[in-house]
Design a protein around this ligand. Sequence first.
Ligand SMILES: Nc1nc2c(c(=O)[nH]1)N[C@H]1C(S)=C(S)[C@@H](COP(=O)(O)OP(=O)(O)OC[C@H]3O[C@@H](n4cnc5c(=O)[nH]c(N)nc54)[C@H](O)[C@@H]3O)O[C@H]1N2
Ligand SMILES: Nc1nc2c(c(=O)[nH]1)N[C@H]1C(S)=C(S)[C@@H](COP(=O)(O)OP(=O)(O)OC[C@H]3O[C@@H](n4cnc5c(=O)[nH]c(N)nc54)[C@H](O)[C@@H]3O)O[C@H]1N2
Ligand SMILES: [Mo]
Length: 701
Amino acid sequence: MLLREDADGVTVLPRQFPTNRGGLCQKGWTAAELLDHPERLTTPLLRDPASGELRPASWDAALERIVTGIRAVQSESGHDAVAVFGGGGLTNEKAYALGKFARVALRTRHIDYNGRFCMSSAAAAGLRAFGVDRGLPFPLADLGRADTLLLVGANPAETMPPLVRWLTEQRRNGGRLIVVDPRATATARQADLHLQPLPGTDLAVANALLHIALTEGWIDRPYVAERTTGFAAVRRSVAAWWPARAEQLSGVPVADLEATARALGTAGRAIILTARGAEQHAKGVDTVTAYVNLALALGLPGRPGSGYGCLTGQGNGQGGREHGQKADQLPGYRRIDDPAAREHVARVWGVPADELPGPGVPAYQLLDSLGTPGGPRALLVLGSNPVVSAPRATHVERRLRGLDLLVVADLLLSETAALADVVLPTAQWAEEDGTMTNLEGRVLRRRALRPPPPGVRTDLAILADLTTRLQMMQGRDPSYRPEHRKGPFLTGGSNGKPDAAGAADHADPAVVFAELRRASAGGPADYAGISWSRIDAADGVFWPCPTEDGPDTPRLFTDRFATPDGRARFHPVDHRPAAEPVCDEYPLHFTTGRVLAQYQSGTQTRRVDGLRRAAPDAFVELHPDLAARLGIGDGDPVRVTSRRGELRAPARLSPTIRPDTVFAPFHWPGPARANSVTNDAVDPISGMPEFKICAVRVERA
Ligand SMILES: Nc1nc2c(c(=O)[nH]1)N[C@H]1C(S)=C(S)[C@@H](COP(=O)(O)OP(=O)(O)OC[C@H]3O[C@@H](n4cnc5c(=O)[nH]c(N)nc54)[C@H](O)[C@@H]3O)O[C@H]1N2
Ligand SMILES: Nc1nc2c(c(=O)[nH]1)N[C@H]1C(S)=C(S)[C@@H](COP(=O)(O)OP(=O)(O)OC[C@H]3O[C@@H](n4cnc5c(=O)[nH]c(N)nc54)[C@H](O)[C@@H]3O)O[C@H]1N2
Ligand SMILES: [Mo]
């Protein structure tokens, strides 16, 4: 998008761009409203021990409270007593700086981020099948050329409006769109065929589709023989998934399964995409794997206009998962337990490799361990609001309250910030430079339009300052005196000393990006050849891009996969029931998701007038037949109860949802918080929580 600032403030203008063709959704149009929002934080806040309230404080007092708090818990309980929680909305530079801050300044293994709740299942499935995880291994424009497009658990009409034009184009070109969703969403209503399975049965549907493709002879045998390994075991495993069995489990009629398999199996070009509906399950990795198996068996990945992809969620959902915010990761999508990766990154960071901590634990496990014996006692949060967005949120809230020190950097007083001991006011998108990587693996610039408001600092400046203070405090500089804190390193820029590691320079995103390029060099997500000027000259640069004068990679897998032998891997996977089956006491399936006019935990969008008018309140969506059975009318207050808690919101009756399933969006806090109800069971491989299914009871409140 383009931004214009004049006497009336900042205006968002659409920009012609190959990804969105100038399209923006309402949240984009209204985003400028938050820049000057009256509730914008403009001063640090410190919790007053006497009154228990958050009070304005100086930066010096706030940062000093943080470093003394960190030092106190670390000297008692070791480096791992401090944890960091990041976000997929942060720029690449910030995600990178946060990972380095955790490993080098705090020397803790405990860092993870909200992408664990978002992309982790598709990432893990992509890694094990293809050897690399890039949301779309092909340009988005390919969607418009597919003869058949299968969307599994995705509602882009509400969640990615700019993408819808590709779906429209696809159908204009005569293509077929098939949507798999327990609700007849705005996306499903545009489809040629809508499969409406019971939540949590996508894996069985995928295995049945492959079963049919095998029976009908639609397998691409030369492709399977030349480009993959492991098909025999998968063929055996789907033999038991005859369509009638999948119908019984999922409720999707055999005829629809057959029509879907035929549309995919006989298409010249076909694309299968998954999103959170299929992925946010305790079997999310296996479910995505089942769709990847299907795509591989049909010979799709690596063929132009065909393939498997995952619709990445957050603003920087892709880049945010590449440069070290993940518990097991170093920059460039390297593994932190890989000795060669440790050597390389430690050299860039100027520390001994054996000083780098090992892998930490996935986000939910981390949140669940806070303040428990042996768990972290201090937490620093940047770019997430887990009080609203984490599963089993009442429990998570309790864990956060049990910390010795909670620090939140945010632009607004989010529900999580409201619990913090220290709140740091931070800059937002239009106020800082940086890069983001979109779902195609295309690295893009984000340009500062204006400086942050007085009193507000950027995340990078905050991390740089904390690093400097910690280094001085940890005695690396024996001449440290409190008055040094007021030195030039507070504002960034190179002061040369006393910080040998140059921490202060890291307030500058250009310095951080230059270092990110070196740290990522040679890794799977190699940014070494990507400069800001090259991004400007092209419409973004696709990783991997190892050299400045060499090509980038818009299309992966054309002749080999990123595995040691260049072949993709099949993995046999089987259906298993949801972690929490329905029973007499909790007889209904509960699932969650999004609405068009609200974003995530809602910190930002609940404060924008136009969006609040469009989607003012939470609701519980249920089928009129179910509502009649329960004596609930449209608009009646209802209570949804699970073993973990309850939510209260008005009923919204809709014939578009399955009668055995209820849905609620997760954007609201307080009594309407959907995550009071959700299950904290997680996928054993990815750590993804089961946001999309648990057992509930519904009654009039
Ligand atoms: N308006 C808006 N847009 C957003 C966001 C937002 O908060 N608001 N968030 C962004 C982010 S971070 C993300 S990750 C993306 C998410 O984008 P999507 O994945 O499209 O969003 P969801 O609404 O979470 O889930 C999609 C659909 O999954 C369906 N579903 C539920 N359970 C199941 C199931 O078991 N199987 C199947 N097949 N489907 C199921 C739901 O009915 C829902 O329609 O959106 C991004 N865009
Ligand atoms: N029940 C249920 N729960 C879900 C999901 C679901 O489908 N169902 N989806 C999950 C998914 S996919 C996601 S991505 C998560 C998202 O949920 P969260 O992780 O809570 O993400 P946001 O709501 O985007 O929170 C971002 C916070 O950071 C602040 N912020 C924004 N930009 C910046 C910045 O540059 N710096 C700093 N320091 N702060 C910033 C915002 O004001 C906001 O308070 O929710 C997950 N939770
Ligand atoms: Mo997400």
